[in-house]
Design a protein around this ligand. Structure first.
Ligand code: C2E
Ligand code: MG
Ligand code: MG
Length: 600
């Protein structure tokens, strides 16, 4: 022991100890009285029959009409609390009396005869006499209403959506898991309705978020109204809701609920004096398999919802055998496309493009092919649309652009082509809304050290319909990079030349379907002539696609079309075969000049 501690003990020893002032009994009484006066702590002593022997001041104060101790002694909980609560307390105390086991910090809800409920944390112990015999119980309870309510609020917040008050995604996943587990014990089915509002973005954008929130709250109310007891209505995110139904007898139950939901969402909705049209598309999945995965079920309901949307919205669709088969193919497809890019199963053919006037090679269009290990060579028409739908087109087009830039750089290094030689790359219209597109293209061009104007990006006309806002901005940014832009398959969409003019497009590619008819009637010839003249007036170059006959070639040349592409002139070929078409001013080479291409 150090000096300081010794000093402290000595100092303490010098002071008279409290127990020296009075006898032990008086001290105990003093402490006990203080304990009973502790604010907020309800202390109570009871006999073997749970009648009060003694209670603390705060127990007396806590009663509705604060009473004095004489009014409490000899009474029981039944005189102060609800029968239900008094009975529970009595049972706890009888157990303690018989077993001698304490009850520690039990959080219980106290219900009173004449005032609001409270939450308390109660500890109860056996009350023993001098010989250690149990003669009753004693306990301390503390009001924890504020803490319990705060915890409940936090738990509510964690599991509920703030706007609609519905269960949130977390709560839904938990309840869906519980519902599936309960399939083990009970017969019946679990159904999931995945609801997505149609055109909600339009409401949000045109009327503001407040109106959007009002719609969400109203839809939540309507879905809750049509749901059955025990069902869960959840907000899954944005404008998506999920209705979880358990204890279904058959699919018809769910069909009924789904059609009610569609009708309820579509009911008249008035906001700020305006009638709003709200509708929803619903995907439905049902299972009786307790081992089903909640995540997979939601995914399936989501797939079915998209089907309902493409079938015209404002309706529902079950996830059935057909969708299941399609989903399985999609799943295989996704994995296969990712692997194809990784394993370099994708490769490019190049279809030469010629100047019609000088009959010289002007460039080549890169066209992707997929050499599938089992299925052989797959044409773009057989996988590009699916890749677009599955959100994988960015990866495919990214590969194509990078490979085309690499090839162009190699050709230019080898010095076979003039500086005006261009390589055209097709870009899926979906990519125009990808904010990383411009940067990715800029990087490919930079990485391969090529001149931007030697790259031409082809965008199909149909891709531009509808989302002109975003597309125009992206096209302007691409144009600023210095690359050339071509409008592909012109004539298959509905764009007017005025519309095209606003898009910074340099080249117009007249679709094969037009070129095919050129020999047919004067009218078709006149149309192509007019398009060409107007495009020229707007400073655009015109390319005729799909030239298969000498007649088509002759007509297009006569009508002033600048460049041409087609099987008559050259089929898509391997990169090393392009040079065979580069005969300086020696004229165009007939398709038979080179070995037959790999495909098409
Ligand atoms: P497109 O860009 O209009 O490409 C021209 C298509 O017409 C090519 O088919 C080409 O082989 C074919 N073609 C060329 N001349 C003739 C002809 O004289 N007669 C006939 N009947 N056909 C001719 P391909 O290679 O099957 O490509 C089809 C479409 O797939 C392309 O149309 C393009 O829209 C898309 N595509 C091709 N490669 C890619 C790519 O890398 N990315 C994206 N997003 N789309 C691509
Ligand atoms: Mg093209
Ligand atoms: Mg085309």
């Amino acid at each position: 022991m150090g000096d300081r501690e010794r000093g402290a003990v000595a100092g303490r020893d010098r002071r008279p100890r409290p127990d020296e002032m009075a006898d032990q009994r008086a001290l105990e009484q003093m402490c006990f009285r203080n304990l009973l006066a502790t604010p907020g702590e309800r202390v109570f002593f009871k006999d073997l029959e749970s009648r009060f022997l003694l209670v603390s001041d705060s127990f007396l104060l806590d009663q509705a009409h604060s009473c004095n101790i004489a009014e409490v002694i000899g009474k029981s909980d039944f005189d102060f609390f609800s029968d239900e609560h008094a009975l529970a307390a009595f049972e706890d105390e009888q157990r303690i009396v018989h077993t001698g086991e304490p009850m520690v910090a039990k959080i219980e809800r106290e219900t009173f005869r004449d005032r609001a409920d409270a939450w308390v944390s109660t500890t109860k112990l056996p009350l023993r006499d001098g010989d250690g015999r149990i003669v009753g119980t004693f306990g301390i309870s503390r009001d924890v209403t504020a803490q319990v309510l705060a915890e409940q609020a936090l738990a509510h917040q964690a599991l509920h959506d703030a706007v609609t008050g519905l269960a949130n995604r977390l709560a839904l996943m938990d309840r869906l898991s519980q519902a599936l587990i309960s399939l083990d014990r009970s017969q019946g089915r679990v159904g999931v309705l995945f609801v997505d509002l149609d055109d909600f973005k339009v409401i949000n954008d045109s009327l503001g978020h407040e109106a959007g929130d009002r719609v969400l709250v109203e839809v939540a109310r309507r879905l809750s109204r049509i749901s059955r007891r025990g069902d869960t209505v959840a907000r899954f995110g944005g404008d998506e809701f999920v209705l979880l139904c358990s204890a279904l007898r058959d699919d018809d139950d769910l069909r009924l609920i789904a059609s009610r939901a569609v009708r309820a969402i579509g009911e008249r909705f008035v906001h700020a004096g305006n009638d709003l049209t709200v509708s929803g598309s619903i995907g439905v999945v049902v299972t009786d398999d307790p081992s089903a995965s909640p995540g997979v079920l939601l995914q399936q309901a989501d797939i079915a919802m998209y089907e309902a949307k493409s079938a015209g919205r404002d309706g529902f669709r079950f996830f059935d055998a057909e969708l299941r088969a399609r989903a399985a193919t999609n799943h295989d497809f996704d994995a296969a496309v990712c692997k194809a890019i990784e394993n370099r199963e994708l490769f490019l053919l190049y279809q030469p493009l010629f100047s019609l006037e000088s009959q010289t090679l002007r460039g080549a269009e890169a066209l992707v092919r997929w050499e599938h290990p089992r299925r052989g060579i797959i044409a773009p028409a057989d996988f590009i649309p699916l890749a677009e739908e599955r959100g994988l087109i960015g990866a495919v087009d990214g590969f194509v652009l990078d490979e085309a830039c690499r090839q162009l750089a190699q050709w230019m290094r080898e010095g076979q082509y003039p500086d005006s030689f261009t390589v055209a790359v097709n870009l899926s219209g979906r990519q125009l809304s990808d904010p990383t597109l411009v940067e990715r293209i800029a990087r490919s061009i930079r990485d391969h050290g090529i001149v931007p104007s030697q790259i031409c990006l082809e965008i199909t006309e149909t891709a531009l319909i509808g989302e002109l806002g975003d597309a125009a901005t992206t096209l302007a940014a691409l144009s600023d990079l210095g690359v050339r832009l071509a409008l592909d398959d012109f004539g298959t969409g509905y764009s007017t030349l005025a519309h095209v003019q606003r898009l910074n497009v340099d080249i117009l590619k007249i679709d094969r379907s037009f070129v095919e008819q050129i020999g047919g009637s004067d009218r078709d010839r006149q149309i192509i002539g007019a398009i060409t003249a107007m495009a020229h007036a707007l400073g655009m170059l015109v390319v005729g696609e799909g030239i298969e006959t000498d007649r088509q070639l002759g007509e297009l040349t006569a009508l002033g079309c600048d460049e041409g592409q087609g099987f008559l002139l050259a089929r898509p070929v391997r990169p090393d075969q392009v040079a065979a078409f580069n005969r300086g001013t020696g004229g165009m080479v007939h398709r038979d000049a080179v070995a037959p291409p790999v495909s098409r």
